[in-house]
Write a protein that binds this ligand. Structure first.
Ligand code: ATP
Length: 245
């Protein structure tokens, strides 16, 4: 039985000025699945995340989140986003707990005064990513992996059913990588649809149920074992990836 897509991208093209970042991209993400997004630098991975979030507007094509527009889905708290580290201002005077609490803002109304349910959700999310001990630490004072786990916790506290993670394993220690990988599996098993970009091709079969090879457009979308075949990687990365150890 096929389930309804949680995310449906249809024929999406995005330009930044003269630069063609996405070229007629079509794909569907389904609940309960972890999908790995693989592509060389500049292949359009971050732009794809932004198009799904609705923060970059496609020139042509459509994005539907559970059948609705991305902005509506964002407002409803359906979409959780773990950004690339470079996109975050780590000097901002926020603790880990504060950042996780931002996942609850959509439910709080304009006063942003947390209720017990908000505080409980935040503590629960902190436990799940194993950051309870560091909850009061300023976010700049964390390791790479702890920073990523902070944003995963924000998505959990938010109750997001679609999680988009842009390079969550870049600059991350092995323990954080294992924690995040296990957590993504648990969240998918509980019904989340997950899209995660990664450069770590070796880890992909353990991480993902399916994989997308992106080079401005979707070259392949299928079983990680098939997508990672040398011929397919050569097409996506150029031949140099084949000779790298
Ligand atoms: N704000 C922008 N203005 C102009 N060009 C941009 C902008 N953002 C991205 N690009 C260009 O669009 C293309 C796709 O970029 P994108 O960041 O989506 O790729 P990526 O696969 O995420 O790369 P990386 O793995 O290096 O993060 C690249 O050629 C990039 O230089």
């Amino acid at each position: 039985m096929t389930t309804q897509p949680a995310v449906e991208v249809r024929d999406v093209t995005v330009h930044y000025g003269d630069v063609l970042a996405l070229d007629r991209v079509s794909l569907a993400l389904r609940p309960g699945r972890v999908c790995g997004l693989v592509g060389m630098n500049g292949s359009g991975k971050s732009t794809l995340f932004k198009a799904i979030m609705g923060t970059v507007k496609p020139d042509t094509g459509t994005v539907r989140i559970n059948g609705a527009a991305p902005a509506a889905a964002r407002k409803a708290g359906v979409l959780g986003y773990v950004p690339q580290s470079e996109d975050v201002d780590w000097t901002f005077p926020l603790s880990v707990r504060d950042v996780v609490m931002t996942g609850r803002y959509g439910r709080m109304g304009p006063t942003r005064r947390p209720k017990k349910a908000d505080r409980d959700a935040v503590e629960h999310a902190l436990e799940r990513v194993e950051l309870t001990d560091l909850a009061d630490r300023q976010i700049g004072q964390l390791s790479g992996g702890q920073k990523k786990r902070t944003f995963v916790a924000r998505g959990i506290a938010q109750g997001a059913t679609i999680l988009l993670l842009d390079e969550p394993f870049a600059g991350v220690d092995k323990r954080s990588e294992a924690t995040i990988t296990a957590l993504l599996r648990e969240l998918a098993d509980a019904g989340a649809a997950i899209l995660v970009s990664t450069h770590d091709l070796h880890a992909l079969p353990d991480l993902a149920d399916e994989a997308i090879l992106l080079l401005r457009t979707v070259l392949m979308h299928g079983d990680p074992g098939v997508v990672l075949q040398p011929d397919n990687l050569a097409a996506a990365f150029g031949l140099d990836v084949m000779t790298r150890t």
